[in-house]
Design a protein around this ligand. Structure first.
Ligand code: UD1
Ligand code: MG
Length: 419
């Protein structure tokens, strides 16, 4: 986007979250809430993006190192937060998107349309609005007799006759940078909330005969503002539904979407079946025709090839499994690499953590692992080897190909497996 920069307001205390974690760092779908908006702005390729953060929110700077930050010393409202960016943009003559860090789901296309309209209309300010059945807690759009936006009024300040207004302020604006910062000094502190409201700038621009236009957003999930744990849960379920829908459209069978959670970055091949109560984390790849669950947990760094079966109460993390392998009952595999056509018996555990570091287990093709086996990593099971039920395979006691081991600690039986 040429000549368009962006400010994300993220310095609010988020008191309604009732949490010690800053609102914009609350976890939404396995990542900080703020990362959604930052990703969207990256995709839009804005000229520059700046985060306004609170003085106590040092963690935000640490997490988003690549984004410039400006500190709002005291949380004196969204208007004051925007004012903090004034000197930063002193020489900038373009358009400025102002977004609320707590509105993570606004789509790229929606912002693109807003900016396009703003430029085409040569507007001073373009406001993203939506018409909703229940406008409670949102700022309302008040229009003049000619239908132009005259001001935005916050819930607490609504006159009785304004309460019926169903058009709300989404909290996403595009300004002519000069107009915003020329008039921002005229904001007055709101007597009820003791904050400077950014939304009041709209009324000020209207009084100064500046052109204010709007664009509407019809997808109600996009303008969900996260102000409480209830809103956060709603945003989580919105994302969850979108992710599952996309996967189902790509040919993945999800037998019980209500109880299934799949990360938005997970890659899953067609004709794979996901059974109920399965959780699939980020940075995971699952091939075609796999069967996963019920009650399976596929954690980050896991890659499953085609035709793999993962059954109930199986947890996998940083584990690679090749095609045709079955891990069907009550098993934990961490930092493990499993070859083709391996059978992992019920209750198998890899002890990957020795108290200091994580160690690897390798189980080669065609191995047969009996129930209740424990592998103390690092250890390797050779091709076609058999591990008897209840064995404890101790660290570095690698099992040669086709050999059988049994016992605690596991020892090699002389008989070779034919495979
Ligand atoms: C705001 C809008 C409201 C809109 C709604 C959409 C204002 C005054 N009202 O209300 O019209 O319908 O969003 O979700 O803006 N912030 C700071 N510093 C502060 C205070 C807030 O950076 O001192 C940031 C917050 O981190 C947040 C944004 O400004 O990202 C909006 O603040 P918030 O308190 O969430 O306002 P809402 O009541 O949600
Ligand atoms: Mg908010």
């Amino acid at each position: 986007m040429k000549n368009v920069a962006a400010i994300i307001l993220a310095a609010g205390r988020g008191t309604r979250m009732k949490s010690d974690t800053p609102k914009v760092l609350q976890e939404l779908h396995n990542r900080p809430l703020l990362s959604f908006l930052i990703k969207t702005l990256d995709e839009l390729d804005v000229k520059e993006k700046v985060l306004v953060v609170g003085s106590e929110n040092k963690d935000i700077k640490k997490i988003f190192k690549d984004v410039n930050t400006i500190v709002q010393k005291k949380p004196l409202g969204s208007g004051d937060a925007a004012k903090c960016a004034k000197s930063y943009f002193a020489g900038f003559d373009g358009n400025l998107l102002v977004l609320c860090g707590d509105t993570p789901l606004i789509a790229k296309d929606t912002i693109e349309r807003l900016v396009k309209k703003h430029i085409n209309e040569k507007a001073s300010c373009t406001v993203l609005t939506a018409t909703v059945n229940d406008p409670t807690s949102y700022g309302r759009i008040v229009r003049d007799s000619r239908g132009r936006i005259a001001k935005i009024v916050e819930e607490k300040d609504l006159a009785d006759y304004e309460k019926a207004i169903q058009e709300i302020n989404v909290g996403c604006y595009c300004f002519k940078t000069k107009d915003l910062f020329t008039h921002i000094k005229d904001l007055k502190i709101n007597p009820k909330k003791k904050e400077f409201y950014l939304t009041d700038i709209v009324g000020i621009l209207w009084q100064n005969k500046k052109k204010i236009v709007s664009n509407s957003c019809t997808d109600s999930s996009e303008f969900l503002g996260i102000n409480s744990q209830i809103d956060l849960a709603e945003a989580n379920s919105v994302i969850k539904r979108k992710v599952l829908r996309k996967l189902m459209l790509e040919g993945v069978m999800i037998t019980d979407p209500d109880s299934t959670i799949i990360d938005m970055d997970a890659v899953i091949g067609k004709d794979t079946i996901i059974y109920p109560n399965t959780v699939i984390g980020k940075n995971t790849v699952i091939g075609k025709r796999c069967k996963i669950g019920p009650f399976a947990r596929i954690r980050p760094g896991t890659e499953l090839s085609d035709d793999v079966e993962i059954g109930n109460f199986v947890e996998l993390v940083r584990t690679k499994i090749s095609s045709g392998t079955k891990v069907k009952h009550m098993t934990y595999l961490g930092d493990t690499s499993v070859g083709k056509n391996v059978n992992i018996g019920a209750g198998t555990i890899t002890a990957n953590y020795d108290g200091k570091k994580k160690n690897k287990t390798v189980i080669e093709d065609n191995a047969f692992i009996g129930v209740g086996s424990i592998f103390i990593a690092p250890v390797r099971v050779g091709r076609g080897a058999t591990v008897g039920a209840g064995s404890v395979v101790t660290r570095n006691k690698n099992i040669p190909p086709r050999k059988t081991v049994v016992g605690v600690p596991a020892k090699i039986l002389q008989k070779e497996r034919r495979k």
